[in-house]
Design a protein around this ligand. Sequence first.
Ligand code: IMP
Ligand code: MG
Length: 179
Amino acid sequence: MSGETMETMKKELLIPRSAIEQRVRELAQEISRDYEGGELIVIGVLKGAFIFMADLIRCLAIPCQVDFTRLASYGSGTISTGQVVVTKDIEIAIEGRDVLVVEDIVDTGVTLSFLVDKLRGKAPRSLKVCTFLDKKRRRKVPFEADYVGFTIEDGFVVGYGLDFDERARFLPDVYVVTE
Ligand code: IMP
Ligand code: MG
């Protein structure tokens, strides 16, 4: 039985794996050009970004070191309420380094604006954000990512690392949940 048939959530295909693969390669090329000759520290936001980050860094033409952070926002399910806490901090020192934060999706912008503020306090040389998906129209706080895989409309999406109550992260394509 394939992964897809094991996941019974009602959903519709939004971004097939072939399109994801191509877009990830394009993003990696753009990032590699922008940081040519340098070395990146790539910080993945757990858990959602782990698949995107793994694919992205393997397409980079420049060296990188990796680390992870994990944030929690109060409230569960599909609504984030605005209170963010760090539940796992980064472990690599980023002072004076070029840092790229990799996230699965920007929705209200609350999580990433909080994280970017926090990381700026550690005095990196530069700090940019790459997000796989961007729901631009749902911002509650102003936030612009530097690299965006796909801009999508409102609707809850799963797959390629993104979950709905911990389900469907493992799916290789991205779907919109329909129930
Ligand atoms: P924000 O703080 O509202 O921008 O929310 C960011 C976080 O909410 C993301 O890192 C995801 O974990 C989660 N999230 C927002 N929209 C979706 C979605 O459509 N599918 C899965 N997770 C989502
Ligand atoms: Mg996330």
